[in-house]
Design a protein around this ligand. Structure first.
Ligand SMILES: Nc1ncnc2c1ncn2[C@@H]1O[C@H](COP(=O)(O)OP(=O)(O)O)[C@@H](O)[C@H]1O
Ligand SMILES: [Mg+2]
Length: 435
């Protein structure tokens, strides 16, 4: 699993958030770096005053009152003064620019022998040495007197501002993303062969242009579909009516001893009629049919199977429990008839049909014991007007599997032409059960 989100929305929000964090941190770093010197000098000045005042007080106080004075400084100001031990070595100053600058300034103002320490005899604080005559003293100030108490509150406010900025970024990106989402959904519908509703042509000029282009394209496709359907409906009507008349005339005709010829012609007429039917089915704008939200696929298959059985075909159906599906039932019947016709025509005289559910995918399988379709040709056979060489002797248009594929795709599903174990074809249609 990767943490990198898949959607444009969350990718953009994440990138903006990262950018904000980096910008914030760098800004903070710059601010702190440029602020160190003035802050150190200011702190040094405060310490200098404290040291000078303490020293002056000690020097001028009567020796008998010195003790009381030191006590008072400690009580009221948190300032403690200790006599230095000449042998004692203060721990070295940590190498921080702030402290270095401060020490330099202290030595300038209080004399070069002045020492600065942040710890002495285990006690943390700001320790500064000074001299009265030749004796060394250490004065200790609480850290809070020179260092600002920053961190936690700063971090809290910073995090809050950052959070608000990310929320703002989310709102902005979501706004840009909305028309794109609509477009994506429409493109998906178009990809399934359905007619998407017009998408709104508003927003920034790029998005608007994209929406317009998409709408034009979808309208073009729909117009072409309609024209094609109209053309084919016209053609088939103009062919079917005279064909019906020929058939009728043929039946009334005396065969004059050429009964075979008559049967052959009747057969041809039947083939032409079936081919016209296939052309019609292929050209039909299949998404015109309304979707039935709670269709029972098993009952639908059963109905089709009964019809074949009435005509004396050997078709067995094994049904497994299926959820209700959103289907175009007439289209599904056409899909099934095409697969069963293929199995009977190209495969043999016995057909098995199975339904089943795998996860959220409902599937129908139509199986036969014929020659099957080699794996290499399976994809190609789904294209219109393609047939295997060994099918040339049978009548047919090569449109059946293309019709099947179109109907499956319209339902968000797929068609697979697989080899059946033990020989034959296993035509498998998978339909998602949540659409
Ligand atoms: N059940 C099957 N067994 C073997 N080959 C098949 C089967 N179904 C289809 N085919 C092959 O796929 C080709 C395309 O099928 P289809 O599109 O239905 O066209 P048609 O049935 O009109 O020939 C067929 O011509 C045939 O060669
Ligand atoms: Mg066919």
């Amino acid at each position: 699993m990767t943490l990198w989100p898949r959607t444009l929305l969350w990718r953009s929000v994440l990138l903006i958030a990262a950018l904000l964090v980096v910008a914030h941190l760098s800004w903070l770093q710059i601010f702190r770096a440029s602020e160190i010197e003035p802050r150190a000098l200011q702190a040094a000045q405060q310490v200098v005053s404290v040291v000078n005042l303490t020293r002056a007080a000690l020097v001028t106080a009567e020796p008998s009152r010195r003790f009381a004075l030191l006590d008072e400084l400690a009580q009221r100001e948190g300032i403690q003064v200790y006599a230095g031990d000449p042998t004692d070595v203060a721990p070295p100053l940590p190498d921080r620019p702030f402290l270095r600058i401060m020490e330099r300034r202290l030595q300038q103002d209080l004399g070069s022998q002045t020492r600065l320490a942040v710890e002495r005899e285990g006690v943390k604080g700001v320790w500064v040495s000074f001299r009265i005559d030749n004796e060394e003293f250490w004065v200790s100030l609480p850290r809070s007197r020179i260092e600002r108490n920053t961190s936690l509150r700063w971090i809290g406010w910073g995090a809050l501002v950052l959070m608000l900025a990310v929320v703002g970024a989310f709102l902005i990106v979501a706004r840009i993303n909305r028309p794109l989402r609509e477009l994506t959904r429409a493109a998906e519908q178009l990809g399934r062969g359905a007619t998407p509703p017009r998408i709104t042509e508003t927003g920034p000029v790029e998005i608007r242009t994209l929406a317009q282009a998409f709408n034009n394209m979808a309208a073009d496709i729909q117009r072409q579909d309609e024209e094609r359907a109209l053309l084919l409906a016209g053609v088939s009507h103009d062919l079917r009516t005279p064909l019906a008349r020929i058939r009728l005339a043929l039946e009334m005709l005396d065969d004059h001893g050429a009964a075979d010829l008559k049967t052959g012609v009747a057969q041809d007429i039947g083939d032409i009629d079936a081919a016209i039917g296939q052309f019609l089915d292929f050209a039909r704008p299949i998404d015109a049919e309304t979707v039935i939200a709670d269709a029972d696929l098993n009952a639908l298959v059963q109905g089709v199977v009964e019809r074949y059985k009435r005509h004396g075909k050997k078709v067995q159906f094994t049904a497994m429990p299926l959820p209700q599906l959103a289907l175009r039932t007439q289209a599904l019947q056409r899909l099934l008839t095409n697969l069963i016709d293929n199995a009977l025509r190209h495969g043999g005289d016995s057909v098995d049909i199975r339904t089943g559910l795998e996860g959220k995918t409902a599937c129908i399988e139509v199986l036969d014991r014929g020659p099957g379709i080699p794996e290499a040709d399976a994809e190609r056979m789904l294209q219109p007007f393609t047939r295997m060489d060994n099918a040339r002797s049978t009548s047919g248009t090569g449109l059946g599997l293309a019709i099947v594929e179109r109907i499956a795709r319209l339902h968000g599903g797929t068609v697979k032409l697989l080899p059946r174990a033990g020989g034959g074809l296993r035509a498998r249609v998978e339909l998602p059960s949540v659409m």
